[in-house]
Ligand binder design. Sequence first.
Ligand code: SF4
Length: 184
Amino acid sequence: MLLESYKITRILPCLADPEKIRVIAEVTGEIHEAFPYLNAILKGCIYNHPALTLTIKKNGKLFTLHAHHITLAKIEDEKEAEEILKWLKDLINEAYENRDRIEPNFSKGAELKALDIYKLLPGTSCKMCGELTCLAFAVKLVGQEIEMGKCSPLFSEAYQEKRNVLLELLNAAGHNVSPLSLGS
Ligand code: SF4
């Protein structure tokens, strides 16, 4: 069994929806060996093989698998988080146990959408980045035509959580988010 157990270690407010929560669970061992097989059997994943992350979209929720932890976004409550983690655990183990019968998929899969990025921006269309609107910025960011660091409001404390999720998404999608591009 690749994933024997997991433990919820952090529960945070959800960024896209303040009524919901964001959950981080640590896993025993390393689970990344299952990612190319999950990427082969699940639709709409974003797989970043070099960074060892796999993002799964399901029913409007976002689950990002890392080698040592799992992040769940837009979750109702801890009970739902436990149900999703149990589902993920079974899925990871099943995919790994059947790996001899699955053709691994190392491609990046579904591309990140501008709207996914837009939801994580301040949304004020303040123009400080040089774009007329946050949506225009999101379109350029998804196309890697502008750097995340150009949105200075995103680097204020108020947007720390959104910024972290955006960083996670960009990394998962294989974007090069270097400390330099963040202006630090
Ligand atoms: S600086 Fe950020 S908040 Fe302002 S318009 Fe650009 S993307 Fe939107």
